[in-house]
Design a protein around this ligand. Sequence first.
Ligand code: SER
Length: 547
Amino acid sequence: MDSSKIREEFLRFFEKRGHKIVPSSSLLPSDPSVLFTTAGMQQFKPYFLGEKSPYGNKAASCQKCFRTSDIEEVGDERHLTFFEMLGNFSFGGYGKEEAIKLAKEFLDSINIKIDYVTVFAGDQDVPKDEESAEIWEGLGFSEKKGTLKFCGREDNFWGPTGEEGPCGPTTEIYSQGIEIWNLVFNQFYCHKNKSLTKLETFGVDTGMGFERLAKVSQNVPTIFETDLFSTILKEIPGTDEKARRIIADHIKAAVFLISEGIIPSNVERGYILRRILRRAIRYGNVLPPTSHNLIDLAGKVVEMYKDVYPELKSSEANILDVIQKEEEKFEKTLGEGLKQFGKGLDAFELYTTYGFPIELTLELAKEKGIKIDVEGFNKKFKEHQEISRAGAEKKFKGGLADAGEKTVKYHTANHLLLAALRQILGPEIYQKGSNITAERLRFDFNYPQKLNEEQIGKIENLVNQRIKDDIAIEMIEMSKDEALKIAKISFDPAKYGETVKVYKIGDFSIELCGGPHVQRTGELGHFKITKEESSGAGIRRLRAVLE
Ligand code: SER
């Protein structure tokens, strides 16, 4: 069955059985302790914890996911960074029996034969899952036949995502030798200290790897022969399978990441994007020179997925532009960098002068059987960061040293604006730059397209509403680690010292910041956006005044 049909069948199957179909959430989750969305359940996390679900107590989705843990593994037969996950979820709507029967019935309906299933064997904290085993036995599976196996915590227990959250024992379904579906029974809350308490609502969180399901359904040797990859791989001739797969996976991931407003940089998500793009470019070099073109491949990815993820189409021009610029940048230094690598140039030089992410250097070194002094790299890297941090702090202080009354007001307005952008455009918005004078503020942030009038109106209204609310601004000093847990950061955290100031404007905005600020938002007057323009690939610039 072709993959779009499978996706459709899955959603229709669960819709018919009382599940609300919920669109995929962003790849950038609102939970600040995780960089990317790695599972379908993330957007439903609060509903497992008792918050009322706007979707009722049963939902199903096809979620775009990105996992960094396997970047180095991509190239073999089964690892991917970007993938889709089909899932059905229940927040107190049903228990193990219905969850297992639904899974079996769905697989039967698309003619997929289960080889065997696994069930949680129990340990000192959580008992053996006898109930699931009995349900499977009722469906004809048994230990004796080798179609039912018990496994421990490593294999049959899932969660939490991030630092804390719902988790529980799982039962997993295997077909053609690979795990295709993971049914998690969210019975516990895992706290930061790893202790478990029982959840009040019984939750079901299932996740089925879409590419794997397609492989099984299309009966092909690996996920790369499914229609989810063959269209792209067709465009990458050559005999180096590993290189072709890496390019196909990484270009797909890059397209999706850029569509969410991420641009290549040296920190956080931007760095991950840079890493995968540069890895794809480097692997492109081992294939015949005219074999493929990353921009064309990116266009193919947009074509392939645009019906399911319309954001790809609307940001296509930006996606291609960002990839082209990164490619141009890296192509300039890649050849010379490789030469220097051959001569034994150290990893730090390769990073600073030739733009080689350390992971790329390590990979090259592994291929050549060379040892890299990672400790030395880290030490130099830290020193380098400290120098730039000292510079940044000086600049920051300097910028506000002449903090007149007007600039202080604009500074507070800056915080309100960022919080409003996040509320209206999405939690993934980051401050990319800001410049304040006594006359106006200028603010740069990541967003893939031009804001329309309606969005601008909404942003202005929200800021003005918070000004009207006359909220008191609080300042709290705390350790950087603590602050990063509660505040959304706008900058590279390395740019801050160990003790930081956090400015809080009610529940609306919490930011790490050096200050100073006004005492109450009511002092600001009327906020007005005077201009909206582009400020580079994937970056918008707003100018605003206080009247
Ligand atoms: N959350 C589980 C997983 O990611 C099941 O959806 O595998």
